[in-house]
Ligand binder design. Structure first.
Ligand code: MN
Length: 192
């Protein structure tokens, strides 16, 4: 059944992601999990004050069940869109910003992976830009998104178990480390 309602499913431009994420995981993660969030959101909006708002507005103004589904639609859309089997490398300008705020690209990756690995329960690890343009890493639970905290989200790794369990079982750290192979930095940097 196609999704009906205000928000459409984003279409995956790939069916697998190298050795980082299998076709099986993507099929469930995109085709089942994301679809359920989109369907639930589309069912909840008609007749509510959030009908007709943008997805980001709904995420900022909602709570409870609507937030859970709207946040997960926004988070997954950003997650799937930032990956590629022919990813662009980090630009020199962005690399300079990472080095300024984290010391080195290696130190940034290490902190990002560590914050993803130690997030308790379900959630997402984020790289965002704050109001002063500083790059910050945050752990957010469940369906939360940095836009609710005055930040501009740039990059996110999903650490809900459904994102990695079919491929990695309990080895969340291995999943996080593998994702760098498929991050398209032109997409990440384009969110600034
Ligand atoms: Mn997910």
């Amino acid at each position: 059944m196609p999704t009906e309602g205000q928000f459409a499913m984003m279409q995956l431009p790939y069916t697998q992601l190298g050795e980082a994420i299998s076709a099986n995981t993507l099929s469930f993660h995109h085709g089942k999990h994301l679809k359920a969030y989109v369907d639930n959101l589309n069912k909840a909006l008609p007749g509510s004050p959030m009908e007709g708002k943008t997805l980001q507005e709904v995420v900022c103004m909602s709570e409870g069940g609507v937030l859970n589904n709207a946040g997960q639609v926004l988070n997954h859309t950003m997650y799937f869109e930032q990956f590629s089997n022919a990813p662009q490398a980090m630009s020199a300008d962005f690399k300079a910003r990472v080095e300024k705020d984290f010391g080195s690209v290696e130190a940034f990756r290490k902190e990002f992976e560590q914050k993803g690995a130690t997030l308790f329960g379900s959630g997402w690890v984020w790289l965002s830009a704050d109001a002063e343009g500083r790059l910050v890493i945050s752990q957010l639970a469940n369906a939360d998104n940095p836009v609710r905290h005055g930040l501009c989200p740039l990059l996110t790794f999903d650490v809900w178990e459904h994102a990695y369990y079919l491929d990695y079982q309990n080895r969340r750290a291995d999943y996080l480390a593998a994702l760098w192979q498929v991050v398209d930095w032109s997409v990440v940097e384009g969110r600034l």
